[in-house]
Design a protein around this ligand. Structure first.
Ligand code: S3P
Ligand code: PEP
Length: 448
C-alpha cells in the first residue's frame, strides 16, 4: 500500500436517498482495448478500433506504441480525421492503427498499468533499438520477472536492476527467435498473455509452459487466445484440447481488423452494485451475449448476493431487492472484481468469504490489506486470510476512504458511500486509470 505522495481533495461520496433507476453507458474494456492496440501494432496492414477506452492505461499504451513508430490516428466522425500524430482525445469515435517498422530509441511510461508493463516488453524485443521502460513507483513493485526471464530465454537482451522488475531497458534486435519457455504465472496471468500476444511475430512462435501451482484470471487468458485467433493466429491451448498449462502460438502474419470494443464489464460493477445496494434497477446497454470479460461473472455473483438480472435488447437489466446476502466465493478467475464485491459484502445481512485472490496483494496496491483497513476504519469487521478476506457486516459510519492510487478502491468506497452517510473518497481522480468520467457518471446515475 504505497500512499500517494500528494493528498488530493476528498470527494464526498453521494448518499442514496432512494432506489437508483438509471441506464448507464459504460466505456470500452481496458483489457480488450490494450490487447487490440498491441495486435493492431503488430499487424501486416492497418486496422481500426471503434469505441476504444480512453483512459490513463489505454492512452499510455497508445503513446508507447506511437513512440515505437506505430501510427495511431483518431477519427472524430466517420468522415473527418484529426491530423496524423495529433494528441488522442477523449472525444473521438475510433482509432486507426497504422503499423510500421518498430524501432527505438524510445521510452515507455507504463504508469501503473499491468497491461502496458507486461504486454509491451515482447513488442519492444521485436523493435530495432533500445526501449527504456519506467513507470509509477508502484510499477517497480509489481511482478515482471515472468516476462523478463522468459524473454531472455526466447532470445531478448534486457538490462534490469537484477530484481526482475522495472525500470529496465529492452535492447530490441529487430526480431526474436521465440521457442519454448517455462514460466510461473501464479502472480499474474498477464505473463502468459504478454508472451502469447506478440508470439505470431517471433521467428519460431512460442510454447509457454506454466509451472506454478495456481494460475489466476483464466478468462483474461481466454480473451488473449480469442483475440489472437481473430487476427489469424494459430493457437493450441488447454481449453480446446491442448495439454494442461501449455499454450502454443505458431508464427504467422497478423491481420489488421476492424474491431468494436465491448463495454468494460468490470467497470459496470459499481453501477450494478448501486442497484443491489439501493434496491433499484440499472440497465447497462451493449452488454455482450458472449464475452471473455471476467465482469460477466457479476450476473451470477450479484444474483447470489440478492439481485436478479436479465439480458434484453436494451442491455443487461439488473434489479436489486433491497437486501444483500453474504457470499462464499472463489474469485481467482475474476480477481479484479474483488474490491467491488467486498464493498457490497460489507453491507450484507450475513458474512462473506472471498477466496483465491492472494495475488491481489501485488495489484495496483495490496488490495487485501487496503480493503481490510479502509472498511474497518468505517467500523467494519474484515480480516485477511491467506488467500482472501472474511467480511462480517457491521453498522458502518462515515469517514475518509483512502484509495492508494487504486481505481477499484475508489469505486468500492463510493459504493459503500451510497449506504453510509459521510464517506469521503480520497483521490477519486485515480479512477481515471480505467474510467475517467466516473464521478460525473455516478452523479448522473443518481440524478444529483
Ligand atoms: O490481462 C488483463 O487484461 C488483466 C488480467 C488480470 O491480471 P492478473 O492476472 O495480474 O490479476 C486482471 O486482474 C487485470 O485487471 C487485467
Ligand atoms: C489489476 C488491474 O489492473 P492492471 O491491468 O494494472 O493489472 C485492475 O484493473 O484491476
Amino acid at each position: 500500500m504505497t500512499e500517494s505522495s500528494v493528498h488530493p481533495a476528498l470527494w464526498p461520496a453521494p448518499y442514496a436517498t432512494g432506489a437508483v433507476e438509471a441506464t448507464v453507458t459504460v466505456p470500452g474494456s481496458k483489457s480488450v482495448t490494450n490487447r487490440a492496440l498491441v495486435l493492431a501494432a503488430l499487424a501486416a496492414e492497418p486496422g481500426w478500433l471503434r469505441r476504444p477506452l480512453r483512459s490513463r492505461d489505454t492512452l499510455l499504451m497508445a503513446a508507447a506504441l506511437r513512440a515505437l513508430g506505430v501510427g495511431i490516428e483518431e477519427t472524430v466522425s466517420s468522415s473527418s480525421a484529426a491530423a496524423p500524430g495529433a494528441e488522442l482525445s477523449e472525444g473521438g469515435e475510433a482509432w486507426r492503427v497504422i503499423p510500421s517498422g518498430l524501432h527505438g530509441p524510445a521510452t515507455v511510461d507504463v504508469g501503473n498499468a499491468g497491461t502496458v508493463m507486461r504486454f509491451l516488453p515482447p513488442v519492444a524485443a521485436l523493435a530495432d533499438g533500445p526501449i527504456r521502460f519506467d513507470g509509477d513507483p508502484r510499477s517497480y513493485e509489481r511482478p515482471l520477472n515472468g516476462v523478463i526471464d522468459a524473454l531472455r530465454v526466447l532470445g531478448a537482451r534486457i538490462d534490469d536492476d537484477g530484481r526482475g522488475s522495472l525500470p529496465m531497458t529492452v535492447h530490441g534486435g529487430g526480431a526474436l527467435d521465440g521457442g519454448t519457455v517455462e514460466i510461473d504465472a501464479s502472480s499474474s496471468s498477464q505473463f502468459v498473455s504478454a508472451l502469447l500476444l506478440s508470439a505470431p511475430r517471433f521467428n519460431q512462435g512460442v510454447e509457454v509452459r506454466h509451472t506454478g501451482r495456481t494460475l489466476p484470471s483464466m478468462p483474461h487468458i481466454r480473451m488473449t487466445v480469442d483475440m489472437l485467433r481473430a487476427v489469424g493466429a494459430q493457437v493450441d491451448e488447454p481449453e480446446t484440447g491442448g495439454e494442461p498449462n501449455v499454450w502454443r502460438v505458431s508464427p504467422s502474419a497478423v491481420l489488421g481488423r476492424d474491431l468494436t470494443i465491448e463495454p468494460d464489464l468490470s467497470n459496470a460493477q459499481p453501477f450494478l452494485a448501486a442497484a443491489l445496494v439501493t434496491g433499484g434497477r440499472v440497465v447497462i446497454p451493449d452488454w455482450p451475449e458472449r464475452t471473455t470479460q471476467p465482469g460477466d461473472a457479476l450476473r451470477e455473483i450479484f444474483t447470489e448476493m440478492g439481485g436478479s438480472c436479465e439480458l434484453t435488447d436494451a442491455g443487461l437489466v439488473f434489479t436489486g431487492a433491497g437486501r444483500i446476502h453474504g457470499i462464499d466465493v472463489d474469485l481467482g478467475e475474476v480477481g479484479e472484481l474483488t474490491p467491488g464485491i467486498a464493498a457490497v459484502a460489507a453491507l450484507a445481512d450475513s458474512p462473506s468469504t472471498l477466496r483465491g485472490v492472494a495475488h491481489l496483494r501485488l495489484h495496483e496496491t495490496d488490495r487485501l490489506a487496503a480493503l481490510t483497513k479502509e472498511i474497518n476504519e468505517l467500523g467494519g469487521d474484515v480480516t485477511e486470510t491467506e488467500d482472501g478476506l472474511h467480511i462480517r457486516p457491521r453498522r458502518l459510519h462515515g469517514g475518509v476512504f483512502h484509495t492508494y492510487d487504486d481505481h477499484r478502491m475508489a469505486t468500492a468506497g463510493t459504493v459503500i458511500g451510497l449506504a453510509v452517510e459521510g464517506v469521503q473518497i480520497e483521490n477519486v481522480a485515480t479512477t481515471g486509470k480505467t474510467l475517467p468520467d466516473f464521478p460525473q457518471m455516478w452523479a448522473e446515475m443518481l440524478g444529483v
